[in-house]
Design a protein around this ligand. Structure first.
Ligand SMILES: Cc1ncc(COP(=O)(O)O)c(C=O)c1O
Length: 461
């Protein structure tokens, strides 16, 4: 199987990148009841190759340009294999001291690598969604004097949360789970680069205060999902500090770019924020899942999540980090191992080199689009995401252009040769080309561009 894995990664680019199966095609090939008797690993593995593999979308293919990447690398895979072999459940320090201490060290390394204040502390969560939920729950508890965890909501609390119209849906989800009410999440307008407008934020806060609400948390994004817009953290932080509001910074994808000194301007003012998340499992060659969540002050986080049943009491409590108190999960995987392998095997320079390569390829693709008379770029390209669309000569109506681009995307993805996804920017159906897969090279970007142009030519206009 290990040989198969190595061969798979060597040849994955030849497979259809987006799975081409129909709904239920996999389900219908599988027995509806589990086997009574043991089956051999050979048979199971054959079925994996025959039935399961065709239903896999190949995220590690260099022809994968969809969503944001969930890239990986050999050191990460090896770390993950060891994690599985050890099978440790790392809920508290005692259940694997090395896991807890390696997590502390790797989070401290990451903090230095991306330029966060050194006194902040970090923990590995399963996803940015969980990290943002932790931030919003901590903010809620801090703002309520830790009374909602204790007594539940009373009619007193009228909290408001703020983010931009471009913010990831994980914020909406966290607000729902935290019991704050979707209608109390205020979506602030954006400027022409799709970044949150800080003046509009301040106006909304002032208005809410005069209407008797308590502004409780702002979520700023570095690298929004649709277009990698960058909210102005420094300006937002000043507003948050002025009104005593928790500031959470979501850099799920773009946080990796902070490894490069030329991107550090994005976190000017971060010392005024309260929490920050970025996902090494997106762009930092560490396979899913591994989300790095950092807080300025760990006390609100621990007070929000702490539990202490008799069966979890240990004599080391208070002297070590028991990460079960740092988030939703009790049971935890040993995720720090793969991250440690990645950071050591690439080195900071190796990581920087790869990220710069991806950013250069993004700029290269942007130029290809700009130089074509029938395509246009729809948002600033800051990292390695290019938002663009096809505008065939003579077609002016927005609905028609949108429908053509939707068809274009479908036709591209149906070839299995490249996989892109879409969004909508200012009403325009937008194709997203994200260059972040570990082994993507210029030849893959060129091939994708040729495919896009040829597929566009073949559209019935
Ligand atoms: C900006 C941003 N925040 C949060 C998320 C959610 O990430 P996760 O899947 O780790 O919850 C994403 C996912 O793409 C994202 O782009």
């Amino acid at each position: 199987m290990v040989d198969w894995m190595a061969d798979y990664l060597d040849t994955v680019e030849k497979l259809p990148v987006k799975s081409q199966v129909e709904p239920h095609q996999i389900y219908n090939q599988l027995p509806l009841s589990p086997p009574e008797k043991s089956e051999s690993m050979e048979t199971i593995f054959e079925d994996f190759k025959r039935i399961i593999l065709p239903g896999i979308t190949h995220w590690q293919s260099p022809n994968f340009f969809a969503y944001f990447p969930a890239n990986n690398s050999y050191p990460s895979i090896l770390g993950e294999m060891l994690t599985a072999a050890l099978g440790s459940q790392c809920m508290i320090w005692e259940t694997s001291p090395a896991a807890a201490e390696l997590e502390e060290i790797t989070m401290n390394w990451l903090k230095q690598m991306i330029g966060l204040p050194l006194q902040w502390e970090g923990v590995i969560q399963d996803s940015a969604s969980s990290s943002t939920l932790a931030a919003i729950l901590s903010a809620r508890e801090k703002a309520s004097g830790f009374s909602i965890n204790d007594q539940g909501f009373t009619s007193k609390e009228k909290f408001r949360i703020y983010c931009s119209t471009e913010t990831h849906s994980s914020v909406d989800k966290a607000v729902k789970i935290a019991g704050l009410g979707k209608s109390n999440l205020r979506k602030i307008g954006v400027d022409k680069t799709f970044a949150l407008n800080p003046d509009a934020l301040e106006q909304a806060i002032v208005q809410d205060l005069s209407d008797g609400y308590t502004p409780m948390c702002v979520v700023a994004t570095l690298g929004t999902t649709s277009s990698t817009a960058i909210d102005p953290v420094e300006k937002i932080a000043v507003i948050c500090n002025k009104f005593n509001i928790w500031l959470h910074v979501d850099a799920a994808y773009a946080g990796t770019a902070l490894l490069l000194p030329e991107y550090r301007w994005m976190i000017n003012g971060i010392e005024k924020a309260d929490s920050f998340v970025f996902n090494p499992h997106k762009w930092m060659f560490t396979n899913f899942d591994c989300s790095a969540y950092f807080v300025k002050d760990k006390e609100p986080l621990l007070r929000t999540f702490e539990i202490l049943p008799e069966y979890l009491k240990t004599s080391t409590r208070g002297k070590v980090n028991d990460y079960r108190d740092w988030g939703v999960q009790l049971g935890r995987r040993f995720r720090a191992l793969k991250l440690w392998f990645v950071i050591r095997n690439f080195g900071i320079e190796g990581l920087q080199e790869k990220i710069r390569e991806h950013i250069d390829l993004g700029r290269y693709f942007e130029q290809l689009v700009q130089h074509h008379t029938e395509f246009e770029v729809l948002a600033p390209v800051t990292f390695s995401l290019v938002c663009f669309r096809f505008i065939p000569e003579g077609v002016n109506e927005l609905d028609r252009i949108n429908a053509l681009n939707e068809k274009l995307l479908k036709n591209i993805n149906n070839t299995g040769k490249a996989y892109l996804t879409h969004t909508r920017l200012a009403g325009k159906y937008t194709l997203r080309m994200v260059i972040g897969q570990t082994n993507v090279a210029r030849e893959h970007v060129d091939a994708a561009w040729m495919l896009i142009c040829e597929t566009a030519k073949g559209l019935d206009i």
